[in-house]
Every structure is written in C-alpha cells, then in structure tokens.
Design a protein around this ligand. Structure first.
Ligand code: UDX
Length: 433
C-alpha cells in the first residue's frame, strides 16, 4: 500500500521504516530538514536499537523515502499522523498545534477513499473534531484513530509485532483498510480491537495512566518502607507473584519520566477537568506528586550522604536518560536530579552512554563525561539514576579504587547491594532498609 507518515520523531520515523520493512511504499514527512537529511542517509536521528538496520534495509528496498514536502504525500492512500503533542507551555493540557497543522496541510491533498490515521496521543474528543474538519473538506477522505503503544528502546519490535491493535473508526470499511496495513501482525494473531474514536483515544491515555499509577504505587510503598525499615524490592517481589498484580512496572526508584507518561497523565487530568469529571482522575495528581517526590528524595539522600556539605563536592551521576536504551532526556528524573544537585553547589559530573548530547543541549551548565571512569574518579558520592547495563555491571571494587567517597546511592534499586557492601561501600537504595 502507499502510505505517508507525517512527523518523523520517535514515533513517526520508526513507524515509517517499519511499514516499509513490512512491504508498503512509504513516504515520511517532517518539517525539520536536518532530520530528513539524516533519515535519507539511512541514519537514525535518535538512538533506538534496531532502527538503523531497518532504515538500511527498507531504504535499500526503494520503498522508503523521506521529504520535507508534504505535497509528496499526495499519492499515498493512508496518511499516518505521528506528530508530537507536548505539554502546553502555559498549563497541563496537550498542545495540539502540530496535529492541527498536519491536518491543515493534508486537507488540500486528500482524495476520495483516502484514510487519515491519527497515531499521536490526543485528548479524548480530538478525533471527532478532526473527522468533522476532514468531512467538511469535501474530499471524501475519512479519519481513523489508531493509538501507538511503542516503548522507546523496543520501538521497532513493538511496531512490527504489537501486542494489540486498536482502531477507532466511524465505519467498518476503515477497519478493513487498517487490516491491510497491518496484515503481517494480523496474520500472526495479534489481538485487534475495533471501536469508536473516543474509546480509541482513551485506551492510550488510560494505559499510560495505569502504568504511571503502578509505578507511583510502588514508590509510595517505598516511602512507607523508608519510614518502617521494610524493603520495597522484597515487597514488590512478594506482591508481584500474585498474577492479578504482576511484577512488571513495580520497580521503585527515582520514578518515571520520558516523553509520554508525565505529560499524558497531566493532559488526561486537564481534559477530564474540561469534561467536568476532574474528580474521576484526581488521583493522577497524587501519582504525579509521588513521582516528583522521589526525585527530591534522591537529592535528600545525597545531601545526607555528604553530611550536609554539598558545595564543591564531586558527585558522579550515572545515567541521564529517562531510562536505559534510549537517548531521550525529556522529563528525565536523572537529569532533574543532576540539575538539583548542581543547584545545591555540588561539582556534578554526568555520564551516560547515549544521552549526553541531548542533556547538554538542555543543561549546558552541567559537566559531562563520556568515560564512566573519568566521571567516577575522585567522586565524593556516586549516584546511579538510569540503570544502563554499563552501570549495573560495574565492578564495585574497581569503583572503590578510583572514587574518593564510599557511599553509592542506587536511585533505581538496580545494583547488587550485597556485592557493593562486600566491596566496602555504604549502599543506599530507594525504599530499602
Ligand atoms: C511508555 C509506555 O510504556 C508505552 O506503552 C507508551 O507508548 C509510551 O510511554 P516509554 O515512555 O518508552 O513508554 O517508557 P516505559 O518503559 O514505559 O518507562 C517509563 C518510565 O517509567 C521510565 O522513566 C522508567 O524508568 C520508569 N519505570 C518503569 C519505573 O520507574 N519503574 C518501573 O517499574 C518501570
């Protein structure tokens, strides 16, 4: 099929490459000429495992093109809208300007039978409004909403082998078009839920709200554990054995970040308030508050570890991305902790395998090092905030030799506490005695 993908960020670039890999003829469109140049050259504009390989193989097939000209999307019959919906500058609601601009740009190109497919995460009600605009355009094109659940770090796999497909449609015929797009996944037995626009939009925010709540739940238990001497990781292991609860997303630590969870729960709250149903999701404010408290907790632990004398002390911050296997620092708890420590006067050195360039662009006042040992050398305190294997696999005896201090704060409860203690470290976890 001939597809266009509008917006080539974390979502769109992966979607475009994966769809071409599956045999479709795809044109990816983005307003950023630098990004398009990189994609044309087969280079991923961000770190995503597996993406360079798919870009290379789809590019070689001749089925994948990238352009800054929206007019090049005119031949396509299915147009995916994969632009960002960031948090507004002046509040919690989602900023829909890029979605609206994509629809504005597409309107004059649409033909009878075309399907515009929204993938961006939007407040419930947006799809209906956009469908009305497309209908008013008189082209005969239609709209579907097809939320995306990909996780950064596993984006290619999640796109090619999704765990479910959700179609929000006005008409069953539109579901048949999407079935053709996703023929490979459907043939592999992927569950498919066909529903209305509002449900499809809500599925996405409900899923992310649930995941955020699960993380904040265990982080709330970490706070109680800290007050009682209990160990939250053992608690998570024990409750996680209950299949109804499950162990995944019960890792207590510095909390969630990234381009989705934080902004999605805020946008959901804002939308619910607009709908007069603020109280239904009022708990998400608490979820957000617990999450942000855990960042401050790491900073408090660092202050305690340094005996209150933070100024001029060298703190090695291991990790700056919001999670491992990504270069994304959007709303990263790790970056937040580094900035807060720097604000207290600490001599912070941040290291990360992939996130330094993005972090430096946002916070040039921090000192960065590509070399883990350099960051650790003479450090008065070691703080792990992103659980990259490079850091969880560090030899504590080696770190002991090069660092000056002997306290490690494990902001992700990801280190082998016994091994670090055995090497002479004072180990400080999150919610662990
Ligand atoms: C998330 C959703 O998982 C995905 O389905 C959606 O499409 C986009 O948002 P992503 O932002 O890539 O994906 O990251 P995810 O793996 O969900 O992690 C989010 C944050 O939660 C990270 O900062 C991670 O470190 C944190 N986290 C995750 C925890 O603190 N504890 C956990 O147990 C799990």
């Amino acid at each position: 099929m001939k597809l266009s993908v509008i917006g080539c960020g974390y979502l769109g670039a992966v979607h475009a490459a994966a769809m071409a890999e599956l045999g479709h003829e795809v044109v990816g469109v983005d307003v950023d000429p630098v990004k398009i140049e990189q994609l044309r050259a087969g280079r991923a504009p961000f770190f995503e495992p597996g993406l360079p390989e798919v870009l290379a193989s789809a590019g070689a097939s001749g089925r994948l093109r990238f352009t800054t000209e929206l007019a090049d999307a005119a031949d396509a019959v299915v147009h995916f809208v994969a632009v960002g919906t960031p948090q507004s500058r002046d509040g919690n609601a989602a900023d829909l300007r890029y979605v609206d601009a994509a629809i504005d740009g597409l309107l004059p190109l649409l033909k009878d039978g075309d399907l515009v497919v929204g993938k961006s995460t939007v407040p419930v009600g947006t799809a209906r409004r956009l469908a009305e605009r497309i209908a008013a355009g008189g082209s005969g094109a239609r709209l579907a909403w097809n939320p995306e659940f990909l996780r950064e770090g596993f984006a290619v796999k999640d796109t090619i082998e999704p765990d479910r497909l959700v179609y929000g449609v006005d008409d069953e015929r539109d579901a048949a078009v999407l079935d053709e797009v996703y023929a490979t996944a459907i043939a592999a037995g992927t569950p498919r839920i066909v529903t209305d626009f509002a449900t499809a939009e809500l599925v996405k925010v409900a899923a992310n709200a649930f995941l955020a709540t699960k993380i904040s739940f265990i982080n709330a238990m970490a706070e109680i554990a800290e007050a009682t001497g209990a160990d939250v990781t053992r608690l998570a292991d024990a409750i996680g054995h209950d299949a109804r609860i499950g162990r995944r997303f019960l890792n207590a630590g510095v909390g969630f970040g990234g381009g989705c969870l934080p902004k999605d729960i805020r946008a959901f709250t804002a939308r619910a308030e607009e709908l007069g149903r603020g109280e239904s999701v009022a708990f998400l404010k608490e979820v957000d508050a617990i999450n942000l408290r855990r960042r401050r907790r790491v900073v408090e632990l660092a202050q305690e570890a340094l005996g209150g004398a933070v100024f001029g002390r060298k703190v090695a911050v291991l990790g700056v991305t919001f999670k491992p296997h990504s270069d994304d620092v959007r709303d990263s708890p790790a970056l937040d902790v580094a900035v807060q420590l720097k604000g207290l006067g600490a001599d912070v050195v941040v290291t990360d395998p992939e996130g330094i360039d993005n972090a430096r662009a946002r916070h040039p006042q921090l000192l960065y090092s590509n070399a883990t040992d350099e960051a650790l050398r003479h450090a008065d305190l070691v703080v792990l905030v992103t659980e990259w294997p490079e850091y969880t696999g560090l030899d504590p005896a080696h770190v002991k030799e090069i660092a000056r201090g002997s306290t490690v704060i494990d902001g992700r409860n990801a280190l082998d506490a016994a091994a670090w203690k055995a090497a002479g470290w004072r180990y400080v976890g999150m919610g662990r005695n």
